[in-house]
Ligand binder design. Structure first.
Ligand SMILES: *[C@@H]1O[C@H](CO)[C@@H](O)[C@H](O)[C@H]1NC(C)=O
Length: 212
């Protein structure tokens, strides 16, 4: 910095004896023209005639700024695509509801699939119920949660539903923080013999929460 100031001072002292151009604002950059307007007192270089305008329009700032995507901060996505895998028959059926059973004779496991935007960060798998819900759970209603199919996915957490149907009022539960991906698939299966049923809707059941 000091070097530049000294250099400038030296040039000024050399040029003082010459017909000076220092401070001459009539020398304009290519593409611009010098204007001196009586109407708005504008004096300077401009690409267009600014005399009928309040001033010379800014040469650099775009006239329309791109609108950043509006994002409310934290978003919850309920109602995943929910599929039930039936042991024995090996068939898979679609259902809106969280519905698991495990007994000596049969087992229903489920896959839930969420779609989140590419911009999503800080994804978490959670479940919640409002005050009014259709919710039943047996004893030992502990659910193994995997990323991927319930039979083959990597376990990322457990969720214990035992006794929660009897807790009045709304409640929310966190199960696992997960890597955000445009399509997120989770497997659900009971750890022991039990059963769970929860009717899912826009504010009930499994949801993914993310920030953006
Ligand atoms: C739970 O899922 C099983 C198997 O798909 C189905 O037979 C049963 O009716 C479901 N329960 C309820 C309450 O919807």
């Amino acid at each position: 910095m000091h070097f530049h100031i000294l250099t400038l001072a030296a040039i000024l002292s050399l040029t003082t004896a010459l017909p000076t151009t220092t401070g001459d604002d009539t020398h304009c950059a290519p593409g611009t023209t010098f204007y001196h307007c009586k109407t708005n007192n504008f004096r300077g270089c401009c690409t267009i005639d600014p005399c009928a305008l309040p001033s010379c329009p800014s040469q650099t700032a775009p006239s329309i700024l791109p609108t950043p995507p509006t994002c409310p901060g934290t978003v919850q996505i309920y109602q995943p695509k929910t599929q039930t895998h039936l042991s024995g028959s090996g068939s898979t059926i679609s259902t809106p509801n969280f519905n698991l059973t495990k007994s000596p004779t049969r087992e229903w496991t489920q896959t839930i699939t969420f779609s989140v935007p590419k911009s999503a960060t800080e994804c978490a798998l959670r479940w919640s119920v409002p005050a009014k819900r259709t919710f039943q759970a047996g004893d030992n209603a502990v659910v193994h949660v995997s990323q991927g199919h319930p039979a083959t996915g990597r376990e990322i957490g457990t969720a214990d539903f035992t006794n929660w149907p009897g807790v009045d009022g709304p409640h929310k539960h966190s199960v696992a923080k997960v890597d955000c991906m445009p399509e997120m698939v989770f497997g659900l299966r009971l750890a022991a013999e039990s059963e769970i049923f929860l009717a899912q809707d826009g504010q009930t059941g499994w949801f993914v929460e993310y920030s953006c």
